[in-house]
Design a protein around this ligand. Structure first.
Ligand SMILES: [Zn+2]
Length: 421
């Protein structure tokens, strides 16, 4: 049964035209919306008088696997640099995950995504010693909440041959089952040539792409240059990673002028994760001489894309003199990536309903000012995914939030006991 949004102030996400209207929201992965004059009697109606309605959001780079890290114990030795942070914190955590913890991580992340208006999640998963079936566990949890997704497993040589082989099998099984997936790789410096070749072959066989951390910290480039006598971008180009329009390169901070030329001539997309870059103190993204194929992610820090967009604006003011219109365009580019690559689950029937109590007029001409300085996740009242209401009056409709958080707390305690032992 279609849902009708009555008397909504619709903001067209592309043109930013405002119009007060009744919206018929059709159900289904590829369905859309219609503007109607009359609402039939006995319809399913949500009164949106005084509310803004616009397209919901997408996260271009998430790490569901890190959801149970909030407040976790510190490692016995404090990391001194980025590589040690990976070794002492993230690789210590991902090695200890089990199926239940992955499920709890996905449910908790899905809960926050939904409530923050993020209806499409592009995730980069890592659980090297519990990888079999992990993507299905994540997909199932996100499906239950009502979110769409594009998943992958972070393949690497860092945990030995067995973990690598299992990761490759999990990736292939997932892609074979026709679910929306990419071939994930950790980063150039932990991926040997043989694995890189196998990953590209998988992407080719299943008409997919690669999702890889790229030049996040200097160390990735330094090790790659020393071992392979190439920059990271040259190496990825050499192996064909940059041939796929579905390829996502996360970060791209430490790239040189020649790398930028290679990237500009390729169809790949770059995902900028501003808060993560600041948190890890790895440097600042600069889009100089790159194409417009740039969108935003959270890198697992949170699930609030409006917050990421604001952070991208503030950090970009200094590094690349960014303007709000560019931030908004990158914020919405994830939809272009998904649409151009024919992924499903991001049609026009994915919407947020905002109760935005602005102290000043809101219109097409000043929208960017409200986008950067006003509208935030506290204004998200309801969320529609695939034409279905998945958040109503700030509460999930499909699952019980308290149950999810009780479960994730229980699994956090279980995980933390295993850490550093
Ligand atoms: Zn990441």
């Amino acid at each position: 049964m279609s849902l009708y949004l009555k008397n909504a102030e619709y903001i067209n996400p592309k043109t930013l035209e405002f119009s007060v209207c009744n919206i018929k929201v059709n159900e289904g992965e590829s369905a859309g919306i219609e503007f109607v004059n009359e609402i039939p009697e006995n319809s399913n109606v949500l009164d949106c008088t005084g509310k803004y309605v616009t397209k919901s959001f997408a996260c271009g780079h998430h790490h569901i696997y890190s959801a149970l890290s909030r407040g976790m114990p510190q490692p016995p030795v404090s990391p001194k640099n980025f590589k040690e942070k990976l070794e002492y914190v993230w690789w210590a955590l991902d090695k200890k995950l089990d199926a239940d913890m992955i499920k709890a991580s996905a449910l908790a992340t899905g809960l926050y995504c939904a409530k923050n208006g993020v209806t499409f999640v592009i995730d980069h998963h890592s659980s090297p010693f519990s990888v079999e079936g992990s993507l299905d566990i994540i997909a199932d949890a996100l499906d239950k909440i009502g979110l769409s997704h594009l998943l992958c497993v972070e393949l690497s040589d860092r945990d030995g041959k067995t973990a690598k082989e299992k990761g490759l099998s999990e990736t292939e099984n997932y892609l074979k089952s026709k679910k929306q997936g990419l071939v994930g790789l950790h980063a150039s410096f932990t991926v040997e040539d043989d694995l890189l070749k196998k990953a590209v072959a998988l992407a080719e066989n299943y008409n997919s792409g690669i999702h890889i951390h790229t030049a996040e910290d200097k160390i990735d480039g330094e090790i790659t240059q020393k071992k392979y006598n190439k920059s990271i971008i040259e190496r990825l180009y050499h192996f064909g990673v940059l041939d796929f329009p579905k390829t996502i390169l996360a970060h791209c901070i430490h790239i040189n002028d020649y790398d930028r030329i290679i990237l500009k001539d390729s169809p790949v997309w770059i995902v900028h994760n501003p808060e993560s870059n600041m948190n890890n103190n790895v440097g600042t993204f600069n889009s100089k001489n790159l194409s417009g194929n740039i969108f935003y992610g959270t890198d697992g820090m949170h699930s609030d894309m409006l917050r990421s967009a604001k952070a991208a604006y503030f950090t970009g003011r200094n590094s690349e003199q960014i303007i709000p219109a560019t931030v908004y365009s990158r914020f919405r580019n994830t939809h272009s990536y998904l649409g151009e690559n024919s992924f499903t689950g991001d049609s026009d029937n994915n919407l947020v309903i905002l109760n935005y109590d602005s102290p000043t007029p809101v219109n097409k001409d000043n929208f960017y000012g409200h986008f950067i300085f006003g509208i935030d996740s506290s204004h998200i009242e309801s969320v529609i995914s695939g034409g279905k209401l998945i958040v109503k009056n700030k509460k999930l409709t499909n699952l019980n939030e308290e149950d999810i958080l009780d479960f994730s707390k229980e699994m956090s305690v279980k995980l933390w006991k295993k850490l550093y032992n």
